[in-house]
Design a protein around this ligand. Sequence first.
Ligand code: TXA
Ligand code: MG
Length: 349
Amino acid sequence: MSMNTQFLQASPESIALGAELIRRGEVVGFPTETVYGLGADALNKDAVAKIFKAKGRPGDNPLIVHVATLDMIPALIDGEMPEAARLLADAIWPGPLTMIMKKSALVPAEVTACHDTVGIRMPADQVARELIIKSGCPIAAPSANLSGKPSPTTALHVLRDMDGRVPLIIDGGASGVGLESTVVDMTKYPPVVLRPGGVTPEMIARICGEVELDDRLLKPLGEGEAPSSPGMKYLHYAPEGELTIITGDKDSVAAQICIMYDEAISRGYDCRILALDSHMQLYGARQTTSLGANETEAATRLFGTLREMDDLGAEVILSEGFTAEGVGLALMNRLMRAAAFRILEAGSK
Ligand code: TXA
Ligand code: MG
């Protein structure tokens, strides 16, 4: 599958080229405010098949369909948009929210992995919006990483994973949110959050009255348990090193991490610590990478930091935990998957 990959800065010309490729049934890497996407014409099943091939993605994991305007939606869904979905669209779109609704016959089964629902999102990123408008079609796009790798938050991450696999990557700078969109099942009321993101459950409840959280956002699927969203069953974002999350109050966490770090070093492992800015001094001279000043910054930096850990050859990674509230819920959801649910309460060992 090796082809020449063009890597271009976002400009009217590169967006026009991207739109032309998409109209011709090709796949293009492009920026969004959450993470980079790998886009193709959502109504062309052969084009969609190329996305799965480029990513090495299992065929049973459905793609999100991206639109630029509300008038693109009626053709994609069966019947009317639910009332709660209209309220959320008004308040949050364009933005990092994906709403699952009943699909129309027009959406190919390849996009939705044979589900009778489709996930729809209107991204806020200007390059993404122009690409959709110029392509003249809804764009199906998963995150632009190889399946199993952390989602890309810069165009260079995309190039790393997709060089030779797609004809064009458009560089629109670093993604602001840094975690994938919040996915909400709007076929139910109250709507159910299937994947937390930058749009928090608190925001959703304020806009449409109520919201529920899927009870597996912060724990692994049980054996034989069916996921509410196919994406839940895959172990995402895993760095090559063994990541463990340490939870508790900040001083116990730091003490526990220091003990584990020193032990890993004495056994000859390359060990790295992930911590908030204001905690860095608690780790002394140990190799510590900052996740930023707060949870919002940590969300923006997490995936890039996990990729950096691979580049550094980190074998043991010890991360501070976060409170699973607000953006912290999305952050812990991703961090726990990256850690394959290895979580240790400080002081408990
Ligand atoms: O922020 C984002 O959502 C990014 C950017 C590119 O828009 N896209 C993204 O796509 O993260 P992807 O394919 O990596 O993740 C889509 C998630 C998966 O977990 C998938 O299982 C779930 O959404 N999903 C998509 N359609 C669904 C459906 N009809 N029912 C349930 N879950 C669905
Ligand atoms: Mg993904």
